[in-house]
Design a protein around this ligand. Structure first.
Ligand code: AMP
Length: 463
């Protein structure tokens, strides 16, 4: 049986692995570490949760320690590109953990936070830089960072990068990288377009694959309930009350939808938080932290915000809305049943989502078990508590041009895949007020103060 010691990694790395209690390499680590140590390029088909971060960072750290030299100012020796800030932060943390007995400098840069601190951090140069593409290019444009010294380039979650519309940014980065470098390319799926992208980056790569494409994890029990869209909130409240939930991820298709679910749950005195691209970085970190620590059991998320997040102990995934791309469903439900644990996926299927579910069942070659509506369901619908009102500042990105740029780069909307399909073909949008079962509130003009007329010059009467 191969252990980490058999890889011949630098002693400081082995110490860090022992400190983390890693004994057995995962399949992707077994396949990737030896070839990466030889300096080969690698194309890895693997999702988060397989141990791919260690698979690419351990041999890279080994290389950086074996050929030590101080990074030049405004440069990095290893560059890791990640589609989301959460994943970038997670990768950087793993690199810090694996390099904790070394002097390697690890930095993270992503949008949504002030750029100046990042510029200062990079001034001296860093060994490992983990970045999202938009902010990376901004730093390059501001001459805070150069790409000439990159020895190892890692592109993580390539399929999601494409989904988010980062393709042009990636091409730009590719042109700036030095030609002599080692390339690592990871993607959860490898459709033709991603394979084409991989070709552009990789040179005679070794391919390793640890997840069969679009198959559903075996340990997940899948259930589905047919329900009207406007009655989903009542069903959610009932399911939460009935199920024995350790941690549940609830997926919506839109950011507004996610916020609305949280407000409805709050109305029913059920604590939940939302995570999506309209939240500030601080709010996203806080929600994730609360979910990880167990302070909240329910996290409502859009697909893009949730991908790449590694939280153990997710007992349930609830598809409040059904994704129109089967692979997205596989990614969603793959958040549960991690590390050998059993998990449950429950899908709420509105009439216009039945075709999506049929596609999913065809692609995954599975059939979910029917879960009937609760007996007293119409009563539950009637008595559903009102949602709490949205706070005035929901942490939206406001006028932060940097954020807007990253969002613009991220394409036409979170949780939507741009498979070249025009929006009109993707079925109804669900973020309109008319579709969530709440009657649309009319805007009525109401004078602010009874004693004051709306006209200029009116006098307020006090006391
Ligand atoms: P990743 O797919 O890289 O996000 O890793 C998923 C989780 O598995 C992380 O929490 C890692 O810390 C953990 N992990 C990675 N490799 C190992 C290993 N060989 N033994 C135990 N845990 C691991």
């Amino acid at each position: 049986m191969t252990t980490f010691n058999d890889f011949g990694l630098h002693a400081d790395i082995n110490r860090a692995l022992a400190a983390k209690d890693y004994t057995q390499p995962t399949p992707i680590q077994l396949q990737a570490i030896p070839v990466l140590k030889q300096g080969r390029d690698l194309c890895g088909i693997a999702q988060t949760g397989t141990g791919k971060t260690a698979a690419f960072s351990l041999p890279s750290i080994h290389h950086l320690l074996t050929y030590p030299h101080t990074a030049n100012p405004r440069s990095c020796r290893m560059l890791v590109l990640s589609p989301t800030r959460e994943l970038a932060a997670q990768i950087a943390q793993s690199c810090r953990d694996y390099g904790r007995f070394t002097k390697l400098r690890v930095s993270t840069v992503f949008g949504g936070v002030p750029i100046n601190k990042q510029i200062r951090d990079l001034a001296q140069g860093v060994d490992i830089l983990v970045a999202t593409p938009g902010r990376l290019l901004d730093l390059i444009d501001q001459r805070a960072l150069r790409m000439d010294d990159v020895e190892i380039f890692v592109l993580d979650e390539a399929d999601q990068m494409m989904d988010m519309g980062f393709i042009h940014s990636l091409r730009r980065v590719a042109k700036l990288l030095p030609s002599r470098r080692q390339n690592l390319f990871f993607s959860a799926t490898m459709p033709k377009e991603i394979a084409g992208l991989a070709d552009q980056f990789l040179n005679d790569p070794v391919t390793v694959s640890v997840t069969p494409q679009a198959t559903t994890a075996e340990k997940i029990r899948q259930f589905s309930t047919f329900v009207e869209q406007k009655e989903k909130q009542a069903l959610l409240t009932a399911v939460i009350g009935r199920e024995d939930i350790d941690r549940a991820l609830i997926f919506t298709r839109t950011k507004h939808g996610a916020d609305r679910v949280v407000r409805h749950l709050a109305g029913a005195k059920i604590k939940a938080m939302a995570i999506h691209g309209n939240k500030s970085q601080a709010q996203r970190t806080q929600a994730l932290q609360a979910f990880r620590s167990g302070e909240i059991k329910l996290l409502v998320a859009t697909d893009i915000a949730a991908r790449g997040i590694d939280v153990s102990g997710v007992s349930h995934v609830i598809n409040f809305e059904i994704p129109n791309v089967p692979e997205q469903y596989v990614h969603r439900i793959g958040r549960t049943a991690r590390a050998g644990a059993e998990g449950k996926a429950i899908s709420f299927i509105a009439p216009d989502e039945r075709t999506y579910m049929r596609d999913i069942e065809r692609v995954t070659r599975t059939k979910s078990e029917p879960m009937p509506l609760p007996e007293n369901f119409s009563e539950l619908v009637r008595n559903l508590p009102k949602p709490v009102q949205p706070p005035r500042d929901t942490g939206s990105k406001g006028r932060n041009p940097q954020r807007q740029r990253e969002e613009a780069l991220a394409g036409r909307g979170e949780g939507q895949r741009h498979g070249g399909q025009p929006r009109g073909d993707r079925g109804p949008r669900r973020d309109g007020p008319a579709t969530d079962g709440q009657p649309q509130r009319k805007r009525r003009f109401r004078p602010r103060n009874k004693s004051v007329g709306a006209h200029k010059g009116a006098v307020k009467r006090v006391g």
